[in-house]
Design a protein around this ligand. Structure first.
Ligand code: NAP
Length: 322
C-alpha cells in the first residue's frame, strides 16, 4: 500500500484521500447514502486509508455516513479527519464559533456521529477572527490530553494565519484549496508548509469536477456549480477544451484525463495528499488508480501549461471557491 508521512503529524496516509463534502445536499443536491458507503469500503480495498469529513457537511450527515462506512474497517489502519467551526442555529443559519466551550461540545458530537473514541486529525475549518488564538489552541490541547483527538491543524488559512496559530499550538497539518487551474497556494502557503514540514492535504484537486475530463462545455449544473464563474459560458467551454486536449497524453500513460491531472497534482513536493470528492464507487476506483503513478518532468509542465492560470484567454472571474 502506498503511504506518505503527513509532515510533522507523522500519520502514514494514502496520497489519495476520500472526501465526503458531496454528502452536503446544500451544495451537491441529494446523494445516495448507499453509494457513498460502498465507495468508502471500496476505497479501503483499493489502498486508501485517509478519510476527510466535517460537521458542516450536511450538518453532521456526512460524519454519520462516514461512521457507518468505516465501521467494519480496521480502525488502526485509518486516519480520520473532521473539522469544527460553525455554531448551527435551528433555522439552518450558522456563524463562526471557535470559543473553547463550543469546540469541546462540538468535538463530542462529532465523535458520537462518527462512532469513534478518537478523531485522528481535528481541523479548524476556517479562521475565526473573534476568538483569541491562545484560547483556541488551549481547547485543542485539552482535547488531545483527554484522548479525544490525536492531532490538529487548520483549513482555509493563509500562510500568515498559519504562522500565527502555530505561535500558540502544535498545528501539524493544513488543508488548503489547490488545483492546477487554481494553484494560488504556491505563492506563499505551500512554501511555508515545506519550510515548516507541515502536512498538506489539498482539497478540490479536480476543481470541483471540471478537471475530470467528463465535461464538454455544453453542460449546465443544478447544484452550487450553477453559480460558480468557472462553470459558465465561454470560460467553462474554454477550460473544458483545454482539459480535453490532455487526452492524447493521458492515453500515452494508460491513464484517464482525471488520473493524469491527479497524478500531476500529487507530484508537487509540498502536497502529501489530495482529497478527492467522491459520490460513487466508480469515482473512487478511478482516483485510486493513480497510486504509484508519476509523469515525466516535461509532461508535468505540459499539463500545467494546458490548464493552469494564464492558459485561458477567457478572464478568470473567480470569486467563489466553495
Ligand atoms: N476544507 C474545506 O473548506 C473544503 C472545501 C471543499 C472540499 N473539501 C474536501 O475536499 C473534498 C474534495 O473537494 P471537491 O469535492 O471540491 O473535489 P473535487 O475532487 O475537485 O471534485 C469532486 C467532483 O468531481 C466529480 N468526480 C469525482 N470523481 C470523478 C470521476 N472519477 N470521474 C468523473 N467525475 C468525478 C464529482 O462531481 P460530479 O459527478 O457531479 O461531476 C465530484 O463531486 C471534499 O469532498 C471535502 O472532503 C474541503
Amino acid at each position: 500500500m502506498e503511504r506518505v508521512t503527513l509532515g510533522e503529524s507523522g500519520f502514514q496516509v494514502s496520497p489519495v484521500a476520500f472526501g465526503t463534502w458531496q454528502l452536503s445536499p446544500r451544495f451537491w443536491g441529494k446523494q445516495s447514502r448507499e453509494d457513498a458507503i460502498a465507495a468508502m469500503q471500496l476505497a479501503y480495498d483499493r489502498g486508501i486509508n485517509f478519510f476527510d469529513t466535517a460537521e458542516a457537511y450536511g450538518d453532521g450527515e456526512a460524519e454519520k455516513v462516514l461512521g457507518e462506512g468505516i465501521r467494519d474497517l480496521p480502525r488502526q489502519d485509518l486516519v480520520i479527519v473532521t473539522k469544527v467551526f460553525n455554531h448551527f442555529n435551528p433555522d439552518g443559519s450558522r456563524y463562526p464559533d471557535l470559543s473553547p466551550g463550543h469546540i469541546a461540545a462540538r468535538c463530542d458530537l462529532s465523535l458520537g456521529r462518527l462512532g469513534l473514541e478518537t478523531i485522528d486529525l481535528y481541523l479548524l475549518h476556517m479562521y475565526d477572527p473573534l476568538t483569541p488564538l491562545a484560547d483556541i489552541a488551549g481547547a485543542l490541547e485539552r482535547l488531545r490530553e483527554q484522548g479525544k483527538i490525536r492531532a490538529y491543524g487548520v483549513s482555509n488559512h493563509n500562510a500568515e494565519q498559519c504562522r500565527a496559530q502555530r505561535r500558540f499550538g502544535q498545528y501539524a497539518v493544513v488543508q488548503p484549496p489547490y488545483s492546477l487551474i487554481d494553484p494560488a497556494g504556491e505563492t506563499d502557503l505551500l512554501p511555508y508548509c515545506q519550510a515548516e514540514n507541515l502536512g498538506v492535504m489539498i482539497y478540490s484537486p479536480m476543481h470541483k469536477g471540471l478537471l475530470t475530463g467528463k465535461y464538454t462545455g455544453t453542460e449546465s449544473f443544478d447544484d452550487f456549480r450553477g453559480n460558480h464563474p468557472d462553470f459558465h459560458g465561454e470560460r467553462f467551454r474554454d477550460l473544458c477544451a483545454r482539459v480535453q486536449s490532455l487526452k492524447p497524453m493521458a492515453d500515452g500513460y494508460g491513464l484517464t484525463i482525471y488520473q493524469l491531472v491527479l497524478t500531476a497534482t500529487l507530484m508537487h513536493p509540498a502536497i502529501h495528499a489530495a482529497i478527492c470528492g467522491i459520490k460513487t464507487p466508480d469515482q473512487i476506483a478511478e482516483a485510486a488508480g493513480v497510486l504509484g503513478k508519476t509523469l515525466s518532468r516535461e509532461d508535468y509542465f505540459a499539463v500545467r501549461n494546458a490548464v493552469g492560470p494564464g492558459s485561458s484567454k477567457v478572464a478568470d472571474t473567480r470569486g467563489s471557491r466553495k
